[in-house]
Write a protein that binds this ligand. Sequence first.
Ligand SMILES: Nc1ncnc2c1ncn2[C@@H]1O[C@H](COP(=O)(O)OP(=O)(O)O)[C@@H](O)[C@H]1O
Ligand SMILES: [Mg+2]
Length: 243
Amino acid sequence: MSALCKLDGVTVLYGGVRALSDLSLCVPEGSVVALLGANGAGKSTTLRAISGLVRLETGRVIFDGSRLDGLAPHLIARAGVLHVPEGRGIFPSLTVRENLEMVSFTRSGTANPVEAGVEIFPALGRRLGQAAGSLSGGEQQMLSLSRAFIASPRLLMVDEISMGLAPIIVAELFGALRSMASAGTSVLLVEQYVNAALELADYVYLLDKGRLVEVAEPGELRREGLLRAYLGQEATNMEVSAR
Ligand SMILES: Nc1ncnc2c1ncn2[C@@H]1O[C@H](COP(=O)(O)OP(=O)(O)O)[C@@H](O)[C@H]1O
Ligand SMILES: [Mg+2]
């Protein structure tokens, strides 16, 4: 499989503080890569390094054979990278309909972005005229994922979309991620529901204090007890029924 996105020796500093140290990572075309690690491990910073929201101290980001680092975020987005950030990636004062309509790069053949967005999460259909900020937390995440679906990125990066949501909602969000992944979208996933992430992922990168400690397929990680060592008992026991 060819690499869609590659980080090569990436170091990121915030002030003098090192958030990523010499990180190399590969998202093969058409795969789901999960990025796991404790709080502060550097997961969000890794996504920001790819989408151009932080400056690299060292290293490169290669996307589809070209360098992305140093480009402005809107040019990186235009290349096909969509970052659903921590929190809610929506415009709260606009209606649900407006949030869907303003997705700038629509899936080829999508005549009607609103219809396409409602297709993936029918619950949004009943909320089209409502301000997005007045939706429940779960509905806001459905809206941010359906915007991602309409945009049809080549690389979808999702940061802790399940934060603070009930397991049944998380299962629904993961169902949508699974269908985007099986339609061929490459996904880089940061997630606290480790088991749900492992179920979806082809490869797992485990970070600790800004450094890569392991790259493996999900089965290997489970066997070797590495997750428990780096993430703790609680994280590895969190369950959602993602089917
Ligand atoms: N804007 C910021 N300014 C200063 N330090 C930051 C900032 N964002 C993150 N950090 C620090 O960088 C490290 C990595 O953070 P982050 O990438 O958010 O980790 P994670 O997403 O894995 O929890 C942490 O030590 C965090 O405190
Ligand atoms: Mg984070």
